[in-house]
Design a protein around this ligand. Structure first.
Ligand SMILES: Cc1ncc(C[n+]2csc(CCOP(=O)(O)OP(=O)(O)O)c2C)c(N)n1
Length: 895
């Protein structure tokens, strides 16, 4: 209880109180006579004078631990004189139904889990939003977008129940999605998951930190669409309700400066500062609110502290010498939690008992009144005032730091308790206390049975609830998917060069960028294409797009770029099309997700291509990609400079050998590792058909490389094989071995075929594997159908390779586990080669020898299979010597 705040320090340092008072009075009188503009001017002049005098003075950026909005500045509460009382009753009902849902589920099946305390603390924050601010999408308004705190989901379901959008059956199947389905009922997902509840949830937030960064980039993407003239400019808002503990996630804070830099006044964060997270206090020995005030304020946000309810106003009015404010400044969060967990007498003794002055303030209240003193985030009037100020603030995003009690109303069973986060069982006496606390019209038996409560249709509560939602355009959350399509250009219009490449040298990255250039020029689709980069456009040869379509910048271009004279100059523009995110893969993927879900969020399909260093994709931001998948994203993720041995010099941290392993685990992600430009063209064409025309909720992960190579033209009849995962590029009658080469290592397989034939007189057939994961998925599905339905369909890979039992050697620039996924479906002896181990910097040739994936190693492997049991160890050593490979070298995973 002895935390030193700046104010406290200042009070101690005040050696001349009279002088201090004179200065303060002078400022007050300027404010009264000349207004805030003049007062601000004088303060900045004082600061400048201090700077000149070398005082090294800086505003502490922490304001006292009180509300930012003064009582006299609060607007009147709308909706009539009864509105507050009705809405308080509604919040109580939501709390009850949410609680009943969780407790019921866990009474039946103790393993289901769920949370009560988070929503109990956030209910009022949500209710004011639902009753007065969150506007739904309608025919003439795009609607606000709300990111809901994930473990408050029961409260959102409880509201939808009252609204008539969910039934008792739904509620009774909270966290029982599979059994609900077999009963023909929509179960309720644990957290917001658009994949599982596609008509309900819009934004997945279950992994902490994803909501905040996504909300920022969503608000920014909305501006992007407006500035490009694709979306009408409307006063839409993006709201995000998050936890104070959640703010510890790096992603939560990662995009704060972007939001203020781009003046996103369409963005409001509400941070529910119940001062607790899962294990205990967020900042037991300090103030999370102050810390967030500094962080958000420093990043340029408008900060509104919403700490105390209206019943504190008379107490502050009595606090003539600042004793109360001082005590609040000094009371650390751990102690505030203890006060929340205890009753009126305890608070009187331990808080108001600290000094005679505080005791006098406390004496204005009964014990019961002290017990009921509200924190700001539980006071509808104060919440309304904060939200109202937020939506009217111009030029900056706003954060509302709302102080609440975790487990509010859970009484001695949960409120403010260390363990409250995970509490999902309550004793009958606790339930009765909860009922009484929120004045719910339930009998003891109804409480015992945890009956859901819905007021009569003509009750004040229900009429109010429906009237408010009608005024705000309908129910929320609601996810739309209205089936808008986009025209897909003919493949020849943008990829003729790739289909008919005639052995021209180019890398697949170069081919992709050229295709994108073509798509961007397309009259129908062009403006819907969203190229996204994280400061690597030049690496990928995309600089030509800077000039062609411009880089999006909310301010336009306020400087003359150094390279203005050149044809590829760095052109920033308010209607620029490229999203150049800077060095933030997390930010770039958030932009991609916003674009990839625009078809649903805005009813405006877009086609994003996010092109990045493949290593910094699934490995670094895999969780954000997982959330994008949940959100039914549609678009292309392009893993460029890919391949552990193909990237060459960049070494261990940059060389990706795993992304295809991870991408394969995302059910709606189709992964491809094409070798040739024409394969890439077919994949891009198919992707656009499926996503933009057929409205399939899939997205594509495609790896491209920076290795130049001669590009063949597309053979006839290759399309199906390319899309299903493999096609033959070098057929051989009477082949003695089959080589499967993936992506950049296809050429090694082809070179091996030449060695085998030229030196060892062995005929080899070569296949290009565009997708091991698609082959494996097909294999799994066929195998299962054979077992369960006696299907006779065979996997594509089996169909391609059957009819011969000569060995099959597969080689990939990814770990061996990638080609291993198809082993069960290969009807012949099968050997895989891959790039397991840490990468390192060297030439491609040296790397491929090191990982044993080059033409010589493929050749040796094929011969070892062919000659197994037929040639002696010495003969095999002679072959190795001839191939100049070292059979005694160390395994790549061991060094
Ligand atoms: C990335 C991630 N890590 C951990 C969790 C588990 N988790 C869920 S809620 C929670 C505590 C949240 O605390 P806070 O953000 O303060 O929210 P409150 O419930 O207190 O409102 C944790 C650790 C998670 N959902 N996501």
């Amino acid at each position: 209880m002895d935390m030193i705040t700046p104010e406290h320090l200042i009070r101690q340092l005040d050696i001349d109180e009279q002088e201090t008072t004179e200065w303060i009075d002078a400022l007050k009188s300027v404010l009264a006579s000349s207004g805030p503009e003049r007062a601000r001017f004088l303060l900045s002049q004082l600061a400048a004078t201090a700077r000149e005098a070398g005082l090294n003075w800086r505003d502490a950026r922490i304001t006292p631990y009180v509300n930012t909005i003064r009582p006299q500045d609060e607007p009147a509460y709308p909706g009539g004189s009864d509105a507050v009382a009705i809405e308080e009753r509604l919040a109580g009902i939501m709390r009850w139904n949410a609680l009943a849902m969780v407790v019921r589920a866990n009474r039946a099946y103790g393993e289901l889990g769920g949370h009560i305390a988070s929503y109990a603390s956030a209910a009022d924050l949500f209710e004011v939003g639902f009753n007065h601010f969150f506007r739904a999408r309608s025919s003439d308004f795009g609607g606000d977008l709300v990111y809901f705190q994930p473990h408050s989901a029961p409260g959102i379901y409880a509201r939808a129940f009252l609204e008539g959008r969910l039934t008792e059956d739904n509620l009774a199947h909270y966290r029982q999605e599979i059994s609900a389905r077999s009963a023909g009922i929509q179960g309720l997902s644990s957290y917001p998951h658009p994949w599982l509840m596609p008509d309900f949830w819009q934004f997945p937030t279950g992994s902490m930190g994803i909501g905040p960064i996504s909300a920022v980039y969503q608000a920014r993407f909305m501006r992007y669409l407006e500035h490009r003239g694709m979306l009408a400019e409307q006063p839409r808002k993006v709201w995000g309700v998050f936890g104070d503990g959640e703010m510890d996630e790096p992603e939560s804070l990662a995009a704060l400066s972007l939001a203020s830099r781009e003046k996103l006044d369409n963005l409001v964060f509400v941070i529910n500062c119940n001062l607790q997270r899962l294990d205990g206090p967020v900042r037991g020995n300090g103030h999370i609110v102050d810390e967030l005030e500094t962080l958000f304020g420093g990043a340029g946000w408008n900060v509104i502290k919403l700490l105390w309810g209206s019943d504190w106003d008379p107490l502050f009015a009595r606090d003539a010498n600042g004793e109360l404010v001082d005590a609040l400044n000094r009371t650390v969060d751990g102690q505030l939690q203890t006060f929340a967990a205890n009753d009126g007498p305890f608070n009187r003794e331990h808080f108001f008992g600290q000094s005679p002055g505080l005791k006098a303030i406390g004496s204005m209240l009964t014990d019961d009144e002290i017990d009921r003193l509200k924190r700001g985030g539980h006071d509808l009037r104060k919440i309304f005032a904060a939200y109202d100020a937020a939506i009217h603030h111009r030029g900056r995003p706003t954060v509302i730091l709302a102080q609440t009690k975790k487990g509010f109303g859970m009484g001695t069973a949960g409120q403010g308790k260390m363990t409250t986060h995970q509490q999902k069982k309550l004793e009958q006496s606790d339930l009765i206390e909860f009922r009484d606390r929120f004045k719910l019209p339930l009998t003891d038996a109804q409480v015992e049975n945890l009956e859901f409560y819905k007021p009569a249709a003509d009750s004040e509560e229900m009429r109010h609830l429906h009237a408010r939602r009608a005024a705000l355009g309908g129910f929320m959350p609601q996810r739309a998917h209205d089936g808008a399509t986009l025209p897909v250009p003919a493949i020849e219009s943008y990829a003729a060069f790739a289909l008919d490449a005639g052995m021209k040298e180019m890398s697949t990255t170069m081919a992709l960028v050229r295709m994108m250039g073509g798509l961007l020029k397309d009259a129908g689709l062009g403006k819907h294409v969203v190229p996204i980069v994280a400061d690597e456009a030049r690496t990928f040869g995309m600089a030509n797009l800077f000039r062609q379509v411009g880089i999006y910048s909310a301010q336009g271009q306020l400087y003359q770029p150094e390279d203005i004279g050149s044809i590829l100059y760095y052109r920033e523009a308010k209607d620029g099309q490229i999203l150049e995110e800077g060095i933030t893969e997390a930010g770039a993927i958030s932009s991609w997700t916003a674009a990839a879900t625009s078809y649903s969020v805005h009813g405006l399909p877009m086609l994003p291509f996010y092109i990045y260093y493949s290593m910094f994709g699934f490995q670094r931001i895999g969780d954000l990609i997982w959330a994008a998948a949940d959100q039914r994203s549609r678009g292309f993720l392009i893993g460029a400079t890919s391949g552990r041995t193909t990237l060459g010099g960049e070494g261990l941290q940059h060389q990706d050998g795993t992304s295809h392993l991870v991408s394969a685990t995302i059910p709606n992600c189709l992964s491809y590792d094409p070798a040739y430009a024409y394969e890439l063209a077919v994949i891009v064409d198919d992707g656009m058909q499926r996503m933009l025309q057929r409205n399939e909720d899939v997205f594509y992960y495609v790896t491209v490389t920076n290795e130049n190579e001669a590009q063949p033209s597309m053979p006839a009849d290759a399309r199906e094989g390319i899309l299903r995962g493999m096609h033959c590029v070098l057929p051989r009658e009477g082949a003695q071995v089959r080589l499967l080469g993936a992506g950049p290592l296809l050429k090694e397989a082809l070179a091996a075929a030449s060695l085998l034939e030229g030196i060892f007189d062995v005929k080899a057939e070569v296949w290009s594997v565009t997708s091991f994961s698609e082959l494996a998925r097909d294999g799994i599905a066929c195998e299962r159908a054979q077992r369960l339905q006696q299907s006779t369909d065979k996997p594509w890979i089996t169909q391609q390779l059957e009819g011969s039992d000569v060995p099959v050697i597969a080689v990939s620039d990814y770990v061996r586990a990638v080609p291993e996924t198809v082993r069960a479906y290969v009807p012949a002896p099968f050997v895989t080669l891959g790039t397991d181990g840490f990468g390192r910097s060297d030439t491609r040739a040296a790397l491929r020898d090191f990982f044993e994936v080059d033409a010589k190693w493929i050749t040796y492997t094929a011969l070892a299979e062919l000659y197994a049991g037929k040639k002696s160890a010495q003969e095999m050593r002679d072959i190795a010597a001839r191939l100049e490979i070292d059979l005694d070298k160390v395994l790549s995973t061991q060094i």
